[in-house]
Design a protein around this ligand. Structure first.
Ligand code: UGA
Length: 442
């Protein structure tokens, strides 16, 4: 099938490259000529494991990038919209989605054949049929459902493992305004064998995406709230509490042969210093704002955000137990990325943690295997001492804060002097492996 993917960011490029790898003929469209040139030379503008190898193999064959959207729409059967929906105030900004809808509509005006337009960006429920569809009709002068189809197909990729998640999806959600649209969307995914495909309308597809992320975020804040209470009551370890909860057979089913299945979903009930990234905080906040627009209070999700935004403070409180005055205290911050496997620091708990430390007059020595460069845009080298090795970051530190679950931090028990305090923000290390240990929910 011939498809055009508009927007070569994280979602667009991964989708385009992977759909080409599955045998489709793909044209990636971006307004940024430099990005287009990079892609055509086989260099992805973003880092995702496995992406560069795939791109190098496919570019010049059944994959190319271009700036000419009009031509791409004329030459293909289906366009995926994968442009950004940045967060503005408390809502997502739809200006790029709107612009692309107008541009695709203008191309459809000159196209005789039936074309299907599918939104892949994360957009609040109602965007595809209330914003995208009318703009397509307006600029094409044609009718949706007759001259062209409109659909919504959310993506469920995790950063760092996006290529793998795309190639081996757990589900495919297709929302179409009518059967002909869904039939064309189906063709896009017939190359994925044996995957559950859910057919629905665009609004439900949009809601599924927000609900999925909101559920995971809720589970994290829930565990953090229980962890905070466990710590206050004393003599309770939230990791043991959650282990006991995991053993409910509805969470970890027992197979007929007696073996227990531990779904990876249960990792989202681990307490820690909070969730971050470009998706959970933004998506939950956008859904809350959307609820308000419809006069629907979203009090549970309000609390999910409230708990999360307060969670980095737990790290400082644990530190304050040992150092009531942080002025002049040297603190190592280990992990700057919002999660391991990425250099993305967006909404990372490390940001408020560093800010509190600096406000309190502490000297901050930071280490992250790959995210240091990103953090330098927020905190200069005058404010934070960035270290190239874990060793350097902990040298001279009176306390160490473990913020991101990078596997290399497992070596810390053998690296720390007895008198150094470790505050484990991910409950990653055995609590008896370090003499002065504090952990979230302990
Ligand atoms: C998330 C979802 O997991 C994907 O399914 C979804 O497609 C994606 O958002 C998206 O909307 O594009 P991602 O943001 O890459 O993916 O990250 P996750 O691996 O889910 O982690 C999110 C945050 O939760 C991280 O900050 C992580 O440290 C935190 N987390 C995770 C916890 O604080 N506790 C946990 O138990 C698990």
């Amino acid at each position: 099938m011939k498809i055009s993917v508009v927007g070569t960011g994280y979602v667009g490029l991964v989708s385009g490259v992977c759909l080409a790898a599955k045998g489709h003929d793909v044209t990636c469209i971006d307004v940024d000529q430099a990005k287009v040139d990079m892609i055509n030379r086989g260099h992805p503008p973003i880092y995702e494991e496995g992406l560069e190898d795939l791109l190098k193999n496919l570019v010049g064959k059944n994959l190319r990038a271009d700036t000419n959207l009009q031509k791409a729409v004329l030459d293909t059967d289906l366009s995926l919209i994968a442009v950004g929906t940045p967060f503005k105030g408390d809502e997502i900004d739809l200006q790029y989605i709107q612009q692309v809808s107008r541009d695709i509509g203008a191309a459809i005006k000159n196209k005789d054949a039936y074309h299907v337009v599918v939104v892949k960006s994360t957009v609040v429920p109602g965007t595809t049929d209330r914003v995208v569809l009318p703009l397509l009709e307006e600029s094409s002068g044609k009718k949706a459902g007759i001259d062209f189809g409109v659909g919504m197909n959310p993506e469920f990729l995790r950063e760092g493992v996006a290529v793998n998640d795309f190639m081996e999806p757990d589900r495919i959600v297709l929302g179409g305004i009518d059967q002909p649209t869904l039939a064309v969307m189906d063709q896009l995914y017939t190359v994925f064998d044996g995957v559950d495909i859910l057919h629905t309308n665009p609004r439900t597809a949009e809601m599924i995406k927000y609900t999925a992320n909101s559920l995971l975020a809720t589970m994290i804040s829930f565990s953090n709230e229980i962890g905070n209470l466990s710590a206050k009551v004393g003599d309770i370890d939230v990791t043991e509490v959650m282990k006991g909860v995991h053993l409910d057979k509805r969470l970890s089913p027992i197979r007929e042969d007696g073996e227990r299945i531990t779904p990876s979903f249960t990792t989202y009930i681990e307490a820690g210093c909070g969730f971050g990234g470009s998706c959970f905080p933004k998506d939950v906040k956008a859904l809350i704002a959307h609820g308000k627009k419809f006069g629907q209070a979203m009090s549970l999700l309000d609390s999910v955000i409230e708990v999360n935004e307060d969670q980095p403070n737990r790290m400082i409180e644990l530190l304050n137990k040992h150092f009531p005055d942080l002025n002049g205290v040297t603190v190592a911050v280990l992990g700057l990325a919002f999660k391991p496997g990425t250099d993305d620091i967006r909404e990372s708990p490390a940001i408020p943690i560093i800010s509190r430390l600096l406000e309190a007059g502490a000297t901050v020595q930071a280490f992250d295997p790959i995210a240091e460069k990103e953090m330098k845009h927020l905190y200069s080298e005058e404010q934070v001492c960035y270290c190239q090795e874990i060793d350097h970051a902990i040298r001279g530190a009176q306390a160490v804060l473990l913020v991101t679950r990078w596997p290399e931090f497992a070596a810390l028990p053998n690296m720390l002097d007895k008198d150094v305090l470790l505050v484990d923000g991910r409950r990653m290390l055995p609590k008896d492996s370090i003499a002065r240990y504090e952990g979230i929910g302990l």
